[in-house]
Design a protein around this ligand. Structure first.
Ligand code: ANZ
Ligand code: ZN
Length: 804
């Protein structure tokens, strides 16, 4: 047979597919939407690690096509964001220019994968025709009260004089210049994602997602039940409300701590403490969140003022400490050092009394050395509550507190509203006009998109405003409401804005009337399978669910979850598990491998390196094995086509077993074992061919070729053509197996004990020695007496059990 020439074959089919696309919508087929997390078009191009995800999604897509679906498999660009902006600051190249160049390069590389993307559906988040709808969603949210303004302490780099997103703070320092990051109160746009907390939590049940990701979202939303308790302040009118999940421990409170940012913090100081209190508040404001959350030694300052425990009238000193967060619960806590680790540490350090109120086995501990944090045991030192079981009291206490009129039961979430503004240039302008009379007024929907204007300098201004603030003719406008002179909002949206809804736009990307038409949304949405890295478990995947639910609520779409099924692929790493990156110099580019071995071999090898959900170390050498396998199959196929022999029983059986095995492994997403399955079965077919004039029947070759097509589309098309087909292999049907034909032939063998036949049993001809002996022993179990000293199976002839 002619040798396998990957270059010629791959070039030929690339041209053919371009001329005649294989994924066609005849209007009758069911749709299947397989989505990749769209990439950020970075200047570094793709490495073999990026290939993995795209190959996985392409294999799955082509498999679905062969099952008869019309495939929605789009690709686009998440192109706003920091790297393009930093590059602009450094090189003076407009982000749009560098982004366009990067897209061009990555698109070329993606084409090398032979992924079957529908480029007619392409979107780019920085295209005004796209971000028009990103802005439209914001306006809708604003009108529904979900977008609002708030003063908020954000990460602040005192050297770059700019606000930073959490992702831009690396180890407590500014990503750009390395200066330690502090906090600054800035007016921010917020999105009220907390309003959706309950639905985001309960609807996780509907999703066919990895349990790990569901758990991460559940923890991130962090729903907990507890109580708010109001503590009077000695000698003052105000009460301080604390949030606690452990109201059962109320008798054990020995002090109270407020976050330094708490509204009352400053005013609680007395003449003696004022200086120390103000210094503490100032110092805390200079600390980054990272520092505060890290478990360093506790710090704090006594305000000089006392609160009264509303349950028993005890006096509690009020302290300030930065281990209490301003934006969780009420920003104030009652401290029960006997039963909370942080409170225990604090009490020890500042010599505050510790009162145990829960006792395991009813015994009080002398000289506690650590907090007893379990909610099980008997209540002690707790007045009327003494003797109660603490786990029972924990549930009842919120009701008791409510009845006593000293507080109320609450549900609390860890989830915070979403800080949605960035003081940067390269993002979607927030479509709001600030009018001195009307306040914040949205840009009228028919005036969207509000285009990002050209600027001279991309450098942040230093005032905590975006570079847009420096463009007077853009900032100064008129109020859409009353016509008075007004100013535009100059903050831009975060990188996540476009990626929260882009998957809806693909299916109707040229619609200039709606975000997506009802008709197309009904036909093609939602996403059936979403494939991408696990690093997006909480942010992107939570934001997308929030946006989808919002769009559902305003009637823009008819479904309220975006991604039915989710698959997270593991990372491809360099040697010793080190992440591939340009700075580490361990990047392996696919370009040379494609040239030397071909796209088909590289695709298959990407899957062969390990279970797709796990990280895998890249080792070039393995690709040889895959490439040799393809050559072996090529030769077998061509010889078999030429000889055209009839099928034997064994060929038929092997074919059906293979269909069954490959399909079930594919369904289980066990793609690496699909590849090893191909290798095993091909070896088996080659062995069978050796006994049959060097060939197997054409139907077997045809079937295996279809099974291979999602993995190695070029070589599959070529063999398919040689088999005499005029239409593409991707219009063939995925084969089905026949249970009956898979079965091994049965043969009859005598079962002997010490050489005397005691039974004759029927067993599969290809049975293993162990299984044959086990079957034989079962058949003569009641006739065996004494110890078995030897078991013999002469294949297909006899089973003999030797006893003594
Ligand atoms: C008294 C108490 C006694 C508490 C005890 C715990 C154990 P989760 O489950 O995470 O919601 N807390 C409340 N607001 C806080 C804030 N802003 N910053 C830091 N800590 C805060 O945790 C709720 C518990 O964390 C609350 O219950 C409170 O301490 C603390 F034996 O109140 B607890
Ligand atoms: Zn106005």
């Amino acid at each position: 047979a002619a040798p396998y020439n990957h270059r010629a074959i791959e070039a030929k089919w690339r041209t053919n597919w371009e001329k005649k696309p294989v994924n066609v919508n005849d209007g009758k087929k069911l749709k299947y939407y397989c989505l990749d997390m769209f990439p950020y078009p970075s200047g570094n191009g793709l490495h073999v690690g990026h290939w993995r995800g795209y190959v996985i999604s392409d294999v799955w897509s082509r498999y679905k096509m062969l099952q008869g679906y019309y495939l929605i498999h789009p690709m686009g660009w998440d192109a706003f964001g920091l790297p393009a902006e930093n590059y602009a600051i450094k090189m003076g190249v407009h982000p749009a220019v560098s982004t366009a160049a990067n897209i061009k390069n990555i698109k070329r590389q993606i084409n090398d994968i032979a992924a079957i993307y529908d480029w007619d559906m392409e979107v780019n988040t920085t295209d005004p025709e796209f971000y028009k709808w990103t802005q439209w969603i914001f306006v809708k949210m604003f009108k529904e009260g979900l977008a609002y303004e708030k003063e908020f302490p954000i990460n602040w780099c005192p050297s770059c004089k700019t606000g930073l997103a959490n992702e831009e703070v690396v180890n407590g320092c500014c990503e750009r210049c390395g200066t330690p990051v502090t906090k600054k109160n800035l007016r921010q746009w917020m999105l009220r994602i907390t309003k959706y907390a309950d639905r985001l939590l309960s609807d996780l049940d509907k999703l066919d997602w990895p349990e790990k990701v569901k758990k991460m979202q559940t923890d991130w939303i962090g729903k907990s039940y507890g109580a708010e308790v109001d503590f009077p302040v000695e000698g003052r009118e105000e009460k301080i409300t604390v949030y606690t999940t452990r109201p059962d421990t109320l008798h054990g409170a020995t002090f109270m701590v407020l976050a330094p940012e708490h509204a009352l913090a400053k005013s609680l100081a007395t003449d003696e403490t004022r200086e120390a209190v103000e210094k503490y508040i100032f110092d805390a404001s200079m600390k980054s969140n990272v520092d505060r959350l890290q478990d360093k030694e506790k710090t704090g300052v006594f305000t000089g003022t006392y609160a009264i425990n509303p349950l028993n009238g005890e006096k509690l000193p009020i302290w300030l400490s930065d281990y209490v967060l301003a934006d969780y619960g009420t920003g104030a806590i009652m401290c029960v050092p006997a039963h909370d680790d942080r409170d225990f540490e604090f009490a020890k350090k500042f010599d505050i009394p510790i009162i145990q109120v829960i006792a395991k086995d009813g015994k009080e501990i002398q000289n506690m050395t650590e907090a007893y944090t379990e909610a099980s045991g008997t209540m002690i030192n707790s007045g009327e509550w003494n003797g109660m079981e603490s786990s029972v009291l924990k549930k009842e206490a919120p009701h008791i507190i409510e009845k006593l009129g000293i507080g109320r039961k609450t549900v609390n979430y860890k989830l915070r509203d979403w800080v949605f503004s960035r003081q940067r240039y390269w993002g979607e302008p927030i479509p709001i006009v600030h009018c001195p009379k009307c306040g914040a007024v949205p840009v009228p929907e028919d005036q969207l998109p509000l285009r990002l204007p050209e600027v001279e300098s991309y450098q942040p201004t230093g005032t905590g405003e975006s570079p847009l603030a420096a463009i007077d003719e853009w900032v100064n406008t008129t109020c859409p409401c009353c016509g008075a002179p007004a100013k535009r909002e100059t903050n831009t949206m975060p990188q996540w804005a476009g990626s929260s809804w882009y998957f809806l736009r693909y299916v109707d990307n040229k619609n200039n009337k709606e975000l997506v038409s009802k008709e197309k949304a009904d036909k093609y949405l939602p996403v059936d399978m979403y494939i991408g890295g696990v690093e997006h478990a909480v942010l992107h995947l939570l934001y997308s669910r929030f946006y989808t639910k919002f769009l559902y609520d305003i009637g823009a779409i008819d479904f309220d979850e975006p991604f039915v099924k989710l698959f997270n692929q593991g990372m491809i790493t360099g040697k010793n598990g080190i992440k591939m990156s340009k700075s580490k110099g361990n990047v392996i580019s696919p370009d040379d491998l494609v040239n030397d071995y071909g796209c088909d071999s590289l695709r298959m090898y990407e899957l062969f390196v390990g279970p797709p959900e796990l990280d895998a170390e890249w080792d070039d050498r393995g690709i040889d094995g895959v490439s040799r396998f393809l050559k072996r199959f090529w030769n077998l196929a061509l010889d078999s086509i030429e000889k055209d022999i009839p099928a034997t029983k064994e060929m038929e059986k092997t074919r059906h077993k293979m269909v069954y095995d490959i399909t079930s492994r594919l369904e289980a997403f066990s793609l690496n074992t699909v590849v090893s399955g191909f290798m095993e079965y091909t070896n088996k077919l080659i062995a069978i061919a050796k006994q049959n004039d060097g060939a197997v029947d054409k139907e077997t070759i045809e079937t295996v070729t279809i099974l291979l097509a999602p993995f190695v589309p070029h070589i599959a098309e070529e063999i398919w053509e040689k088999l005499g087909h005029e239409d593409s292999i991707f219009h063939a049907q995925w084969p089905a197996h026949d249970e009956e034909l898979m079965k091994d032939d049965e043969i009859e063998v005598p079962v002997q004990i010490n050489g005397k036949t005691k039974a004759v049993i029927s067993i599969p001809a290809e049975i293993s020695k162990e299984d044959a002996i086990a079957e034989g022993k079962k058949a003569v179990a009641d006739k065996i007496s004494g110890n078995i000293i030897k078991e013999i199976y002469v294949p297909k002839k006899i089973i003999n059990i030797v006893v003594k």
